[in-house]
Design a protein around this ligand. Structure first.
Ligand SMILES: [Zn+2]
Length: 104
């Protein structure tokens, strides 16, 4: 029994249109067929969107954990790295982007 492989469609595009399609497809990290299909039928639910949602969920969980762990906010931390103190002295550590631990 012969497998139904669908139909091959071709289109005539101007050089400018063709370049635009290629650029957009490359920007979306898609093949040209895949890109055009997504334009007509919409982005497949799943992969791209699902991945983004799961990343967002993970990030939000991480922020929650950080807040609950009571990590001090950036402003109250100071740099105690002696190497940084040697470079920047007292004041601001530009490596860590926090104030230097004042030398007492
Ligand atoms: Zn530092």
């Amino acid at each position: 029994m012969e497998e139904n492989r669908g139909q091959k469609l071709t289109m005539l595009a101007s050089d400018e249109e063709a370049e635009q399609i290629k650029t957009h497809a490359a920007g979306a990290k898609m093949g040209i067929s895949e890109y055009l299909r997504s334009k007509v039928f919409g982005t497949p639910q799943g992969e791209a969107q699902g991945d983004l949602e799961s990343q967002l969920r993970k990030l939000s969980e991480r922020v929650d954990r950080l807040e609950k762990s009571g990590a001090p906010p950036k402003e109250t931390r100071t740099c105690a790295d002696p190497e940084h103190a040697r470079i920047y002295g007292v004041g601001h550590c530009f490596d860590c982007d926090i104030p230097m631990k004042s030398a007492h």
